[in-house]
Design a protein around this ligand. Structure first.
Ligand SMILES: Nc1ncnc2c1ncn2[C@@H]1O[C@H](COP(=O)(O)OP(=O)(O)OP(=O)(O)O)[C@@H](O)[C@H]1O
Ligand SMILES: [Mg+2]
Length: 244
């Protein structure tokens, strides 16, 4: 291992196998936006067209493409922050795109997304304790507030942050630390699939390596599946993954 914590891929053998369990099976996903045209008109813009891929349990799939090619739109459509125009996304065999909000609720927990800029996705008015315990409360994790705070402390420790971080606010942390908080927040919900949209792009190279290593450790520990979205592939030497 190098001093910055980076572990050689060869020390972490993993590869796709024919008998891998498919956790997310995306078929013919398309997203068309209506964009304004002229004063009163609008016309369709096809941001994502007929995308299909399979993500196996405990594995990583990379979505690599140039800026504007629709990568983020794929991620946002899968977590239903955008409504898909056509297509299916079978999570454990169930089409999450066809579900109503009540049916989708448990899947919301199982499928999480981490964005490029954790500062934008962490509520600046919340302490880290509130950031970590609020989603747990929403999804009925932990018996009471005390149990949730204990879980929050454990997850912070797991991502390499001290318990004293609980009482602090997002702006008091570095970019790498904030990304660790964002990862901890996802983990509190014990997800199965994590969509990482340019999740390390904004970090310094050495911090990138640390966060990628953490993600890799977490994948080993919890058999997480990652959908890694990026416009380039700085992480592909660390994650021996299949790219789509
Ligand atoms: N809400 C929206 N309304 C209209 N067009 C949109 C909307 N969201 C995204 N687009 C367009 O869809 C296309 C794909 O955008 P998207 O953000 O998915 O690309 P990307 O591959 O993630 O790019 P980048 O690498 O820069 O993050 C872009 O042309 C974008 O302008
Ligand atoms: Mg994007």
């Amino acid at each position: 291992m190098r001093p910055d914590g980076y572990t050689e891929p060869a020390e972490r053998p993993r590869g796709y196998r024919a008998d891998d369990e498919i956790v997310l099976d995306v078929k013919g996903l398309s997203k068309t936006f209506d964009v304004r045209h002229g004063l009163f008109g609008s016309r369709p813009f096809h941001a994502v067209k007929d995308v299909s891929f399979q993500l196996a349990r405990g594995r990583t799939l990379g979505i690599v493409g140039e800026s504007g090619s629709g990568k983020t739109t794929v991620g946002l459509t899968l977590v239903r922050l955008h409504q898909a125009s056509t297509g299916q996304a079978l999570f454990d065999g169930q089409d999450i795109l066809a579900m109503n909000a009540r049916q989708f609720h448990p899947y919301k927990r199982r499928l999480q997304i981490i964005f490029q800029n954790p500062y934008a996705s962490l509520n600046p008015r919340f302490t880290v304790e509130q950031i970590l315990t609020e989603p747990m409360q929403l999804h009925g994790i932990g018996n009471d507030a005390g149990a949730r705070i204990k879980l929050a402390r454990d997850w912070l420790d797991r991502v390499g942050l001290p318990a004293s971080a609980l009482q602090r606010y997002p702006h008091e942390f570095s970019g790498g630390q904030r990304q660790r908080i964002a990862i901890a927040r996802c983990l509190t919900l014990q997800p199965e699939v994590l969509i990482c949209d340019e999740s390390v792009s904004a970090l310094d190279v050495s911090v990138q390596a640390q966060v990628l290593n953490l993600l890799q450790d977490l994948q080993d520990e919890f058999r997480l599946s990652y959908l890694f979205i990026s416009h380039d592939r700085p992480w592909s030497s660390i994650f021996p993954i299949r790219c789509w």
